[in-house]
Design a protein. Structure first.
Lengths: 583, 243, 283
């Protein structure tokens, strides 16, 4: 465990023991209740943030899982006389299964992000509520739990619930912290910033979202089970209302949805202020005040309170730094972990259409290890499409793409990345909330190298050094200039220890000095035996670097061969200059 | 001088796209801008049309400083853009697209007349006037885009890669139409990948390479320059480019 | 199996209810489709309009039509004001959902503070009037609401289709930069649209005051249904919104007649869910 981990674990333990002791000693019922409510909201808000905060999929349906948990406990205890604590387990499992089921369907559909996902989850809450209301689960009159025996952990019934609530809250916050530091968390943060790029860098996005959603739902379910006992009388109207979905969003956004402690802070603040406003007209104004705070926070502090505080303590980076003197690019010291043997990239008869437009027509090419193949052609000839298809971002309509013996074209993008294919983007797409170091470390974690977290950071530092960005490791992407962002793209592409790199216009926008630097880097990459496919408009550079050239026009390969041969082929001249012009 | 561009620099965020560009278009002239992909031609044209701001330099139409004019007011000065990739309003009909061309109040009055002229120039559009613009072929869409530009009754028409993605016969047609438009007295700034056509039609031409104007002059002179061959094919001086 | 008369009456109530859904969906469909902002507060605005109509009617004895004449223009300005805030803070499509979520709660709380959570009923002489067509009863007020919805939907459609402003709005929604290149002032259009959308909420509110019993929590009852209507009808499609409203209203009503009433909400939400998952391309 790292120093940070140890400190957090100790802090949580101390807080937990202190609060538990408080409960054992015996608090007045009002305070026990008050604290229980806060624990419950902490668990709910933090669990919500596992998917919605970390990965950015804002769910408005947390109430559905909470309600499912409440009714599971209510039904099992009253109708089947299952001991209360066992029902909590059932509640968690059922809610998690519900979450997993919904996720399995919804996460497959690419368009269902952002507000559509929010609407969908909102609808699910109401559907579930209606079902519960109309079947024997509730049927209308609600469920009374007052007769259900409660295990006596403490002197009073509220005391027991207090302890259970405390345990759940601690466990959830601890889980949020642990996940935030794990591969899962890393992947979720990347998904938040740019899901498509995360997938291409090797993050198994579908699986991770599903796990986060199921976990989040499960915890909400357990919270619901406990709460059923607390209120003693469960009705559909109170359970499947807008309150839970609304408040968890408010609390997490206020505190900072991306930080493990954010939702807990937000929950404490909001639950306390609401409790202070109990009863009558005051409660109403309290709600309005809370909502006003939410609106202001979203408008002014879109990241939340906790990150705003943390930012104040972080030494600020100057907005624009003069480009650091390009460091010498000697061969990187020490050989990195060896991965699979070098192999050739082969594309055979690849076809791809979008709607009515045939973007690729039977494109075939090959790139051997240590070879640099230039891919050129007029605008709209299909160069970027080809790269997207090879990296797995799009599926081919027809044809096969393989790396050595392994077929790539049938696999999802994250698997393709895992097999050793990396790419850069024409317009750099870094993960905007991750530092330069973390951007590169992500690729090291999820790419072919499959590094452990510690290894990944070391690898990341090595590649940042290679591209001259060592001093910018802790900078955020928006603090980097274009040249640095392009080189960050390059470092990220390299960190996965790829066997094939697809470079999409990596030189555009750079000045001649930077171009020379980049060319030097590319040669070094070539020297390590990586196969490079290199799209570029800067013909001088392409011709200087390429071993072979492939010329595309309107989705077809019209010439291949050595650079000069290819460019002089009649067809190519015709395409670029029109019918050969007699001077 | 109708259009005066002096030492214009344009950037996307911090990525410079055009450095120190200087060019002119006189009333009634056709001027071509040629250069390889990524040279900054579209950026330049978009800046002139007001779609994108310039970082520094002068941009004047008939003396009026365009840098100080809000984007939606640029067309009032008499500039119309036929953008790269056409950028039609695909969910609107052909005729509605054309009508959007004369949205500005002064042009709206002459709507029917201008519409008739455009339909005379492009008879097939009259047939398809109620069709959704997104459902037309590439060549027809290009006609709509040009028509839309003409509806604005511009003094200066900016054409960005009108031949992109079109079959050679359609391209011939397109350039014939550009000549016809020119004959009516409209000044034209043409950006083109298709160098021979671009040079044939132009009174003068500029060569843009990596964001800078590297050559200009009458087409006859430019054609002689190996610069052009270099820019497009990357072959060095002295290489034989033909066959 | 219920009688034909019962079914017929259910059909009638369904159509009438659908009219109100359509009326509510109209404003939302416009702003979401053309401005790309999700305005959850639309419902709260409508309810506010309802309460204001009620208040002006009971306290100042203004006839509902006079009240509407005051409220609708006021709401237009309110809509413009709301957009000014959005524009100033550069609110995106997704942030707009959160911000308006918050606004909804604020409005709901304010409504509850002024008018308490007690049910309010605006008693007017027309409340009990109804038309008799054969064995079926058609309440006049609701019919009027439905007709207004139809008229507004058609008028909006015509406005978008035939007027220059309407065309500019559609062009701007698709490619704001190109529309600007031909003279369309996107900012001004956005204010106009926001205002119109809010004004429609005001109109819906006036009818809601006349027809239903008012309670602050009403807001949430509509959210799911109306979003379903907007999505089914297609964004920025006024006629579509009306037809979708009718569709949902009728299917809910028939469900209520044939099965138990409590299953009704299931219909709209389920349709919404299915559509969100199955419908190809951007909504």
């Amino acid at each position: 465990m790292s120093g940070d981990d140890r400190r957090v674990a100790i802090a949580l333990t101390i807080v937990g023991v202190a609060l538990a002791a408080l409960g054992t000693v015996g608090l007045p019922a009002f305070y026990e209740s008050f604290l229980y409510i806060i624990f419950s909201w902490i668990a709910l808000a933090t669990s919500w943030a596992l998917l919605s905060g970390y990965a950015g999929y804002f769910s408005f349906g947390h109430g559905a899982f909470f309600g499912a948990g409440m009714y599971t406990t209510a039904t099992l205890t009253t109708r089947f006389n299952v001991p209360f604590l066992w029902t909590l387990l059932a509640a968690g499992v059922l809610a998690a299964a519900l979450g997993a089921g919904i996720g399995a369907v919804v996460f497959r559909v690419k368009r269902l992000r952002g507000e559509l996902f929010g609407l969908l989850t909102l609808a699910i809450t109401f559907v579930l509520g209606t079902i519960v209301l109309n079947t024997r689960i509730d049927g209308g009159p609600g469920v009374f739990l007052s007769a259900v025996p409660l295990p006596r952990l403490l002197a009073s019934p509220t005391g027991t619930l207090y302890l259970l609530g405390l345990a759940l809250a601690l466990a959830t916050v601890g889980a949020a912290y642990a996940i935030g530091r794990s591969r899962l968390g890393f992947g979720l943060f990347a998904i938040h910033d740019d899901e498509d790029v995360a997938e291409v860098e090797g993050v198994p996005t579908f699986r991770y979202k599903l796990v986060a959603f199921a976990l989040s739902a499960g915890i909400a379910g357990v919270a619901g089970g406990i709460h059923a006992m607390y209120v003693g009388y469960v009705t559909v109207g109170e359970t499947f209302s807008i309150t839970v979905p609304l408040y968890v969003v408010l609390m997490s956004v206020l505190g900072g949805a991306r930080h493990w402690l954010g939702p807990a802070v937000g929950a404490t603040l909001i639950a306390s202020s609401l409790y202070a406003f109990t009863g009558g007209q005051q409660a109403v104004l309290g709600r309005a005040a809370v909502a006003l705070v939410l609106v202001l926070v979203i408008l002014i502090l879109p990241e939340g309170v906790v990150p705003a505080i943390l930012r104040r303590r972080r030494p600020s980076m100057p907005a624009v730094e003069p480009a650091p003197a390009l460091e010498s690019h000697d061969a990187v010291a020490g050989e990195p972990a060896a991965t699979a043997p070098a192999a050739a990239l082969v594309a055979h008869d690849v076809w791809k259409a979008f709607g009515g437009i045939q973007a690729l027509r039977g494109v075939s090419l090959q790139v051997g290890p240590g070879e640099i193949v230039g891919l050129v052609g007029p605008n709209g000839s299909g160069k970027t499409t080809l790269i997207n298809v090879i990296s797995g971002h799009y599926q081919t309509d027809r044809g096969r793409i393989a790396l050595g013996e392994v077929t790539l074209s049938t696999r999802p993008a994250h698997e393709v990345a895992g097999l050793g294919v990396s790419r850069t983007y024409q317009i750099p797409r870094p993960f905007v909330h991750l530092s330069a170091l973390d951007n590169v470390a992500l690729a090291a974690t999820f790419g072919a190298a499959r590094c452990s977290p510690g290894q990944a950071r070391a690898e990341a530092r090595r590649w940042l050094e290679f591209t001259g960005l060592r001093r910018r490791a802790s900078a955020l992407p928006h603090e980097l200039n274009l040249h640095e962002r392009k080189f960050l793209e390059l470092a990220r592409a390299l960190a996965g220890q790829p066997r094939v790199i697809l470079l999409d216009e990596v030189l555009s926008g750079l000045n001649p000095g930077e171009i020379a630097s980049a060319i030097g880097l590319i040669r070094q990459i070539q020297a390590r035996g990586v196969a490079i496919l290199f799209v570029e408009h800067l013909l001088r550079a392409v011709l200087a670097l390429s071993d072979r050239l492939v010329v595309l026009n309107e989705g077809e390969v019209i010439a291949t061969g050595s650079p000069h041969e290819a460019m002089r082929a009649a067809r190519v001249v015709e395409v670029y200059l029109g019918t050969p012009h007699v001077a | 001088m109708l259009l005066e561009v002096r030492h214009l620099s344009i950037a996307y965020g911090d990525a410079p796209a055009v450095w120190d560009a200087t060019l002119q278009v006189a009333a009634g002239e056709i001027v071509s801008v040629i250069g390889p992909n990524g040279a900054g031609k579209s950026t330049l044209v978009n800046a002139i049309a007001g779609l994108h701001g310039a970082r520094s330099g002068e941009l004047r139409l008939d003396g009026v400083d365009l840098n100080a004019v809000a984007p939606h007011l640029v067309c009032r000065q008499g500039i119309a853009l036929v953008p790269e990739g056409r950028r039609l309003f695909t969910r609107m009909s052909v005729e509605e697209n054309l009508e959007m061309g004369c949205y500005r109040r002064e042009a709206r009055r002459a709507r029917q007349d201008t519409l008739d002229r455009v339909y005379r120039l492009f008879p097939i559009l009259r047939e398809r006037r109620r069709q959704l613009a997104g459902s037309l072929s590439g060549g027809q869409q290009q006609m709509v885009a040009i028509g839309r530009g003409l509806m604005a009754q511009p003094r200066l028409l900016l054409l960005d890669e009108p031949s992109l993605g079109l079959a050679p016969t359609i391209v011939e047609q397109m350039f014939g139409i550009i000549r016809a438009i020119h004959a009516e007295g409209v000044a034209i700034l043409l950006v083109e990948q298709n160098v021979p056509q671009a040079l044939d039609i132009a009174d003068r031409a500029y060569v843009l390479e990596e964001g800078r104007v590297v050559a200009d002059g009458p087409p006859s002179i430019l054609r002689q320059q190996s610069r052009i061959q270099q820019a497009y094919l990357g072959v060095r001086d002295g290489d034989d480019v033909n066959r | 199996m219920p009688s034909l008369t019962l079914l017929g009456q259910a059909l009638v109530s369904g159509v009438l209810a659908g009219g109100i859904y359509g009326l509510l969906a109209l404003g939302l469909s416009l702003s979401w489709g053309l401005l790309r902002l999700v305005n959850l507060a639309h419902f709260a605005l409508a309810l506010l309009g309802a309460y204001l109509t009620y208040q002006l009617g009971t306290a100042l004895h203004l006839s509902p039509w006079l009240a509407a004449a005051v409220i609708v223009p006021a709401f237009f300005l309110l809509g413009c004001g709301l957009h000014a805030v959005f524009a100033y803070f550069r609110v995106t499509e997704f942030t707009s959902l959160l911000v308006t979520f918050g606004l909804t709660v604020i409005l709901e709380s304010l409504i509850q503070w002024f008018w308490t959570a007690d049910y309010r009923r605006y008693e007017t002489p027309y409340a009990t009037a109804s038309l008799r067509v054969g064995p079926l009863f058609i309440p006049t007020l609701e019919m009027l609401a439905c007709l207004t919805a139809a008229v507004l939907a058609l008028a909006t459609w015509a406005w978008l289709r035939f007027s220059y402003v309407g065309k500019a709005l559609r062009a701007s929604a698709e490619d704001p930069a190109m529309a600007a290149a031909f003279g369309v002032n996107h900012r001004r259009q956005a204010f106009l649209l926001s205002g119109v959308s809010a004004a429609y909420a005001g109109v819906a509110g006036a009818f809601i005051a006349l027809i239903s019993t008012l309670a602050p929590a009403q807001i949430w009852a509509w959210v799911g249904v109306v979003f379903a209507v907007v999505i089914i009808g297609g964004l920025a499609n006024p006629i579509g919104a009306l037809l979708a409203g009718l569709l949902i209203g009728v299917s809910e009503s028939l469900t209520m007649a044939v099965v138990t009433p409590a299953w009704a909400p299931l219909v709209s939400f389920s349709v919404l869910i299915v559509l969100l998952i199955a419908r190809p391309g951007r909504v």
